[in-house]
Every structure is written in C-alpha cells, then in structure tokens.
Ligand binder design. Structure first.
Ligand code: ATP
Length: 225
C-alpha cells in the first residue's frame, strides 16, 4: 500500500487531473461509469482514485482498507487512465480531502486539479473540514446521481463558484459545475444490503469484484470485515 500512483502522472504542465475520493465499500459500476463519462466530458488525462482510510463525514467503512484497495485494483486493472493514490490509507487519522489536495497541489503545482463529487457529496461540502480551501485548491465537477436533485435556490457558495454553462473549465481552482453525464443508479449501501440478503450483485459490480467479495465473504450477514 505504499506506492502512490500519482507519481505515475506525466510531468508536463496543465494535465487535467480528476481526483475521485470515496470509501469504495465496495467500488461499483456507478463509480466506474459516472467517472468514466466525466473523464470523457472533461477530456481529462488521468483520474486519481483516492480511497479514504477513515472518512471523517460518515460512518466507518464496513470492509477494511486492504479489502477495499484490493477490490479497487481489480476494478481498475484494465483502465490505464485510472490511477490509485493510497495516501489516505497510509496517513493515520481522518482522511481529510483538503490535506490530500494540498499535498497533490504541492507536488504538482502546474497540474490543475479537479475534484469529482457525486451530487450527494457536493451538497454536503460545507460540512467538510476546511471546505473553503478545497474549493480554492481544486475545481469541482459534480456528477448527477439518481435520488438527488439540485436544491432551489442553490446555496450562495455554489452560486458564487458556479461556471457559466458556456465558459471553458479554467485551469485554476475555485469553480463548480454539474457535468451532464448519464445517471447510474447504483450505490454501495444497496450492494451491501443485497449481499446481506443473498441477492445477486453481478449487474452492479465488475465480475472480478463480485468474485473477490464472494471469496472473502465480505458484507455477509453479521460480517464486519
Ligand atoms: P455508500 O452507499 O456506502 O454511501 P457510495 O456508493 O455513495 O457509497 P462512495 O464510495 O461513498 O460510494 O462514493 C464516492 C463518490 O462517488 C462520492 O462523491 C459519491 O457521491 C460518488 N458516487 C457514488 N455512486 C455514484 C453514482 N452511482 N453516480 C454518481 N456518483 C456516485
């Protein structure tokens, strides 16, 4: 778990790096399809997946970090544009996104960062640790998610940062935009419930991930991995 995949990024300036954090408990086709569509829409070179160790804003993950990372590696094995950065698993304490973005910015000052958030997570942003700094360090690309809609009126912080629909995505941080991608109705919590109730999950996770979950008996009834 020591290899930090961000080191694999090309050194040239102005590569659009999309940072995608989450518990990935487990990684599923909603993550993969939504972020793939977002990468294409933004024409981004790389997506850096940032699995959280101890997520500060939500209950602890069910599967341990080693299992979640193993599943992520299986899911991303055939996707050269998708990299895994393990800094939040390696760093003790709460997995604050602001710290990770600050480290990435310091290491790669010429690479504009874009943080990808599902709409549920984006609406929650003001509850995050030092959230205003997150909005300075990176632009925020929001993925629609079935079950969530934009509130009316939009919060004032959102309106201030929102890009005009026709404006190009700037190379600095400080912006937010909802990216028009097909919504994918898959959620990790539903998958965990399905498994605990003996329902199939093959249509919701990559085959290798389904096999891993079965082999390691993750998320079964009374199982806390
Ligand atoms: P849980 O159900 O355990 O809360 P989750 O499916 O929301 O998990 P996370 O790993 O917490 O998955 O999500 C990481 C990021 O991916 C968040 O920004 C979340 O909003 C986003 N995301 C998750 N599922 C989808 C989806 N189906 N479509 C778009 N974004 C998603």
């Amino acid at each position: 778990m020591t290899a930090s995949a961000i080191r694999l990024l090309p050194e040239q300036a102005n590569v659009a790096v999309v940072v995608f954090g989450g518990t990935f408990d487990p990684v599923h086709l909603g993550h993969l399809r939504a972020i793939g569509a977002l990468r294409d829409a933004l024409n981004a070179e790389r997506v850096v997946w940032l699995p959280a160790g101890e997520p500060p804003h939500r209950p602890a993950p069910v599967a341990n970090a080693a299992h979640r990372l193993a599943m992520l590696k299986l899911a991303l094995a055939d996707e050269p544009q998708f990299l895994i950065d393990t800094r939040e698993l390696d760093r003790p304490g709460p997995s604050y996104t602001v710290l990770s973005l600050g480290e990435l910015k310091a290491a790669y000052p010429d690479q504009p960062l874009c943080l990808a958030l599902g709409l549920d997570a984006a609406l929650d942003l003001p509850k995050w640790h030092r959230w205003q700094e997150i909005l300075i360090l990176a632009g925020i690309a929001v993925m629609q998610r079935p079950g969530w809609s934009l509130p009316e009126p939009l919060p004032s912080w959102w309106l201030r940062a929102q890009l005009d629909p026709h404006d190009p995505v700037p190379e600095s941080g400080g912006w937010i935009r909802v990216i028009d991608i097909p919504p994918v109705d898959v959620a990790a919590a539903d998958i965990r419930t399905d498994i605990a109730n003996g329902r199939p999950i093959e249509t919701k996770v990559p085959t290798a991930v389904a096999r891993y979950i079965e082999e390691h008996e993750l998320y079964g009834e009374n199982t806390r991995a």
